[in-house]
Design a protein around this ligand. Sequence first.
Ligand code: CA
Length: 230
Amino acid sequence: MRILVVEDEQKLAEVLGRGLEEHGYAVDVAHDGEVGLQMAELEPYDLLILDVMLPGLDGYTLCRRLRAGRRNVPVLMLTARDAVDDRVTGLDSGADDYLVKPFAFRELLARVRALLRRDGLSRDPILRVADIELDTVTHEVRRGGQPVQLTSKEYAILEYFVRNPNRVLTRTQIAEHIWDYNFVAMSNVVDVYVGYLRRKLGDHREPQLLHTIRGTGYQLKAPKRVESGA
Ligand code: CA
């Protein structure tokens, strides 16, 4: 999952960026509103963390313009004051949730997870496809009940697949949601990571879940559930 942080306080932006990266997110940072809006329009972010008081363009205006351009990316707004007016203006400009500064990083993480859940069909923090189980809070992964140890990038790729079952995902799509702006795409990096993932998931045997779509990318095929007769 890839997040854009729009925050002009350098120190806070840095702490947020580092903290989110430690939790497996790819993060880009913009320090003013104009740049933030441009980046949000160009890159396929999964979530925006948006400060209200910004140079260039304030957070409310940025959010309104984003929504006017039909961009539905979830937005978590950071407000400096715990005033009803600020919260109402934020939500009415198209934000999905808000946090009042100063906040605990743990709470920010929990709100990020909740917003990312809203996007999909399931509100369950445990994601399941076939016999794969992914705990989005602890990042624990199981296949057939057995724990699978993944690095944070491997986890991020698997989460992206599990959130998009049966969709053919191109290498570019995968790279854009897993790596940040500074990432220089080496042609085979996605293939390399999918290879690691397959090995760790024991996905070499039939029935395979992770399929290579020749010339395009990959697809996590979710077999139709066969209900056992009672
Ligand atoms: Ca600010």
